[in-house]
Design a protein around this ligand. Structure first.
Ligand code: RIB
Ligand code: CA
Length: 317
């Protein structure tokens, strides 16, 4: 059997697990083409203590308790902590009853760990996937502006354009939770590839797709299916949708299979003043491609994303 010598994409995952964060982590940790260097956590769906515990539970389920988990910001840059527990369960992992992980948190704060890891590698060889409020990335950029030229690619789950909002009429949760952090990141000079609701709403956890993951076996697939089942029930109860959208894993799926998504060059501005439209992302496509600071995902192949998740978990089982 020939050894695959394709270089792996080094990756840091910043997250607030969170049921869809958990699927994103399980996908990344099972992906042969990704090298997860670290997981950093932020308060978001549930408080920081729980997101930091949940990240370790998920990495252990993937057989990757060796990946260091650094706790980060407990609250947004300039606002009270947000929460979305109704969509993630009181403990943040749906119906799972969390137990204390065997692995302790890594020493040090998330933003500093992100800076140190990126600086320790050649420029533009470490990617970051942000699956929650952007507080940690904003803090890292404040402390180390050189990350703008070193960190790439930067993939973020956040924002909404044509789909409207999911936490308010005009804002998606991750951006709404810390709009100041999002604005600082989008204005920093970093080139961000943003997966907002316009794309993630095209990636739906249908019954057949969940059943395929349920049939895989092994703890990683079991946990992924459990969180997908929880989302299925909650979305039907609260939103009335038959199939829940799968948000955070789209960031990892793009790193593995960019052909599953269509991106458009754009500028992105964030509302930070108005209470009514707090966290709204003004995504402007009327910009010369060469001058566009960011890319916005306008479409996703939902069947392809779920096939990628299933195949990756099947191969790792
Ligand atoms: O709007 C979806 C985002 O908010 C996802 O990251 C989900 O985990 C929640 O944090
Ligand atoms: Ca999240």
């Amino acid at each position: 059997m020939t050894q695959d010598l394709t270089p792996k994409q080094a990756l840091i995952i910043d997250c607030d697990p969170g049921v869809d964060d958990a699927v994103g982590l399980l996908l990344a940790l099972a992906a042969p083409q990704l090298e997860v260097l670290a997981i950093t956590t932020v308060g978001g769906n549930v408080p920081l203590e729980k997101t930091s515990r949940n990240a370790r539970i998920v990495s252990a389920a993937a057989g990757r308790a060796d990946v260091p988990v650094f706790a980060g910001a407990a609250r947004p840059l300039a606002r009270p902590p947000a929460g979305a527990g109704e969509f993630h369960g009181a403990e943040g992992l749906g119906d799972e009853t969390p137990t204390e992980p065997q692995t302790a948190l890594a020493e040090g704060e998330a933003a500093d760990a992100l800076i140190d890891i990126v600086r320790s590698r050649p420029a533009r060889t470490v990617a970051v996937a942000v699956m929650g409020p952007m507080t940690n990335l904003a803090l890292a950029l404040r402390r180390a502006p050189d990350l703008v030229d070193r960190l790439a690619p930067v993939v973020v789950m956040g924002g909404a354009r044509s789909e409207g909002g999911n936490i308010t009429a005009s804002a998606e949760f991750n951006i709404w939770a810390d709009p100041e952090a999002a604005a600082e990141v989008f204005d920093s000079g970093l080139k961000v590839i943003a997966f907002g609701l316009d794309a993630t709403h095209q990636v739906r956890a249908t019954e057949a797709r969940i059943a395929r993951i349920e049939a895989i076996g092994g703890e990683a697939a079991r946990l992924a299916a459990s969180t997908l089942r929880f989302s299925q029930r909650i979305e039907r109860q609260i939103v009335g949708w038959e199939a829940a959208p799968l948000h955070d894993p789209c960031t990892v799926a793009w790193l593995m299979r960019p052909d599953l998504f269509e991106l458009r060059p754009c500028r992105i501005a964030v509302e930070t003043i108005s209470d009514l439209t707090r966290g709204h992302t003004a995504v402007e496509f009327r910009v010369e491609a060469a001058a566009a600071p960011h890319l916005w995902a306008v479409s996703a192949d939902g069947e392809g994303v779920f096939d990628l998740i299933a195949r990756t978990l099947e191969a790792a089982a």
